[in-house]
Design a protein around this ligand. Structure first.
Ligand SMILES: [Cu+2]
Length: 131
């Protein structure tokens, strides 16, 4: 799976360098000791990003992409599992999960993070700058 992830990232970089057509990029996020491998992401307006979430921990995690209000809902919510919603995915221990999200107009600032109990407060989160 590590090799596959490398291939996906390489493909994403190639696509990012291409100016023609709609862009779709792959971003690989590894979770280790309840921390994401990336703290801040930069995306282009209208860009579609395929997030590949690799969980190296022995406990479940999730990835929630959205603005502060989205994060607040999940932090307060009781939804234990996320599936089939753009930018929201759960990942089991030792597994890899994928979700795709299309970003909006320039100037936006979104957040990503995990809302399993205590994880957000522990620092399992990051920012996404659209511009
Ligand atoms: Cu977590």
């Amino acid at each position: 799976m590590k090799l596959l992830g490398g291939v996906l990232v390489a493909a994403g970089l190639v696509l990012s360098g291409c100016s023609a057509g709609p862009s779709k990029r792959t971003v690989e996020l590894t979770v280790h000791h309840s921390q994401f491998s990336v703290g801040e992401l930069r995306v282009r307006p209208g860009e579609t990003v395929r997030f590949v979430l690799r969980n190296t921990d022995p406990i479940p995690h999730e990835l929630i992409v959205g603005d502060q209000s989205v994060q607040d809902v999940h932090e307060a919510g009781t939804e234990a599992h996320h599936a089939h919603r753009p930018g929201e995915v759960s990942v089991a221990p030792g597994k890899t999960a994928v979700t795709t999200y299309r970003f909006g107009s320039a100037g936006g600032r979104l957040l990503f993070g995990c809302h399993l109990p205590g994880h957000w407060a522990y620092g399992m989160k990051g920012t996404i700058v659209v511009g």
